[in-house]
Design a binder for this molecule. Structure first.
Ligand code: SF4
Length: 166
């Protein structure tokens, strides 16, 4: 697998891929620019020190996700494992409304982002429906937007989780 960047994009023949990757290359550049505007310049990738990685490896660190994640104590939550495998794991949200504006938020890239700013999901009904269809869930995540902007629906999901787990 090759990393696509502004530097090597033009060497790709597939125009659709170039056009799509260009969007994300621009997002990356804008994100770095925004971070650096706070006075936190990022070191360039080529400055990453291979010796540091060797040291971490010798200390027992485990590299995952194409070396983007480092596991330090050989423990990983079962929720992370389930999410990575895509089996038994279900993530939902009440709405995508949020009072924050984190620079790294990717919600605007989601399908139906604008719809779910204005509208709410029936998270209880959706979960019950999945269970009734025989989907075996071991881990359930509630994300957002900000779930606590919808306290009633968010809190109301947990009794449903408990009932469906028994
Ligand atoms: S949804 Fe999460 S990541 Fe996005 S702006 Fe709100 S708090 Fe930040």
């Amino acid at each position: 697998m090759n990393n696509l960047s502004k530097d090597n994009l033009r060497t790709i023949n597939n125009k659709s891929l170039v056009s799509y990757a260009d969007i994300y290359a621009n997002i990356e550049a804008a994100t770095v620019e925004q971070i650096e505007s706070f006075g936190l310049p990022l070191s360039k990738r080529e400055h990453h020190n291979a010796a540091v990685h060797e040291t971490l490896l010798s200390m027992g660190a485990i590299y995952r996700n194409n070396n983007k994640s480092i596991l330090s104590n050989k423990r990983i939550s079962s929720a992370c494992e389930a999410c990575a495998k895509g089996t038994g794991s279900y993530t939902t949200f009440v709405s995508l409304r949020c009072h924050r504006d984190c620079y790294f938020c990717f919600n605007k890239n989601q399908d139906e982002y604008n719809f779910y700013l204005q509208n709410k999901k029936n998270v209880n009904g959706d979960l019950k429906s999945l269970v009734e269809q025989g989907v075996n869930l071991t881990h359930i995540a509630l994300t957002g937007g900000e779930p606590l902007l919808h306290k009633g629906r968010s809190a109301g999901l947990f009794p449903t989780c408990r009932r469906t787990s028994s």
